[in-house]
Design a protein around this ligand. Structure first.
Ligand code: ATP
Length: 341
């Protein structure tokens, strides 16, 4: 649905996007993640045909991004989307539908459906008087009035309260179920983890990692295991050497270890001490941990508005099986060689 190859955008001597290649499949939710200034917005604007790349090619729904016909297939949500404050949500959305020559009846049906799914109240209220969350929802509904195949959303849930964030993320997931292809950027890694099929991580204009969220996590992060025993597993010499740490938790002992071999050693130690393992859980590194590893600095605005309340760690029963997702990392080169100050 989207193919970008050799994308580069320079402003004078400064390279905002360098050597960017990626493809987005039909019906996929694709995330672009990275710190401030990484080149996310520039990339999205190139996809939306709003910024012309200095080099490279991009096709969206089979059209060159610069082809005006492409816009009929695209819904774009900019990072900031000022609305006409004197209009109501309904009149505003009808206005945009008219710009796309959507017949009134069809437009009304689409608008109602989008606003229902977004749970938007106060449809007849002046947009100048509605909350920031409602404005964002109206802007999202606007991106759908032409029933596009591809949606390009720049930070769709940024700065929203947890309830609205949840609603916007759920809506984005639903778009995939209706066959839309979505590309979105986010600072907040929880947003990316909870919605995207695949992501690219950008830093200083370049893609530095790509793959499924799980694949990237698997490749860059280290899974730890928490072994719960009914005795303190201290009997076997050498447990310390396995980087094991044990804490007493209620009537159990929780030993955290970095490998399945160490899990086996804990099991043996518990047996030697006359007890047994009662539970084993794996703890996946968060995308945040991985991001720190790849980019070398934390994401700004980390995990704000986490509607799940625990976006930082994924914990699951440990069978020790990875899903073998492929992902790859590209070595981060210094910010564009073209960029000379
Ligand atoms: N029109 C422009 N002229 C000059 N420099 C620009 C222009 N647009 C973007 N840049 C620069 O290009 C770099 C990438 O900007 P971009 O907005 O794509 O980053 P971003 O990853 O979206 O960042 P943020 O998360 O802060 O929105 C930044 O250093 C920015 O200052």
């Amino acid at each position: 649905m989207i193919e970008a190859s050799g994308l580069r955008k320079t402003y004078g001597d400064f390279a905002a996007v360098v050597d960017s290649d990626f493809a987005v499949d039909d019906g996929e939710v694709f995330g672009i993640v990275g710190p401030n200034g990484a080149g996310k917005t520039t990339t999205l604007k190139i996809l939306a045909g709003l910024v012309e790349p200095t080099d490279g090619e991009v096709t969206v729904a089979g059209f060159d991004a610069s082809d005006p016909e492409m816009r009929r297939h695209l819904g774009f949500l900019p990072e900031e989307s000022p609305l006409y404050e004197e209009m109501t949500a309904l009149s505003y959305l009808r206005f945009f539908a008219d710009l796309y020559d959507v017949p009134r009846e069809v437009a009304d049906e689409r608008i109602e459906a989008a606003l229902d799914r977004l749970e938007l109240d106060h449809r007849e209220r002046r947009l100048g008087d509605v909350s920031k969350g409602m404005k964002r929802k109206v802007a999202i509904a606007r991106s759908l009035v032409n029933d596009p195949d591809v949606l390009v959303y720049d930070e769709p849930a940024s700065g929203l309260d947890p309830v609205t964030t949840n609603s916007v993320l759920a809506f984005t997931r639903e778009l995939r179920e209706t066959g839309k292809t979505v590309v979105f950027s986010a600072h907040n890694l929880y947003h990316v983890e909870s919605v995207c099929d695949r992501v690219v991580v950008m830093n200083e204009g370049r893609i530095v990692a790509r793959g499924s969220v799980d694949g990237i996590r698997e490749r860059h992060g280290e899974t730890t295991y928490r072994v719960f025993t009914d005795v303190e597993p201290t009997a076997t010499p050498g447990l310390d050497e396995l980087d094991a740490t044990t804490e007493e938790v209620g009537d159990r002992f929780r030993t955290t270890v970095p490998s399945m071999d160490a899990v086996a050693a804990v099991r043996e130690a518990a047996g030697d001490a006359g007890g047994e393992v009662v539970d084993i859980r794996s703890r996946e590194p968060s995308l945040e941990d991985v991001f720190l590893d790849i980019v070398g600095r934390p994401m700004p605005g980390r995990y704000t508005g986490d509607p799940g309340g625990d976006g930082t760690d994924a914990e699951s029963d440990a069978d020790g099986d990875g899903d073998g997702d492929e992902s790859e990392t590209e070595t981060a080169r210094p910010a564009a060689t073209e960029a000379t100050e």
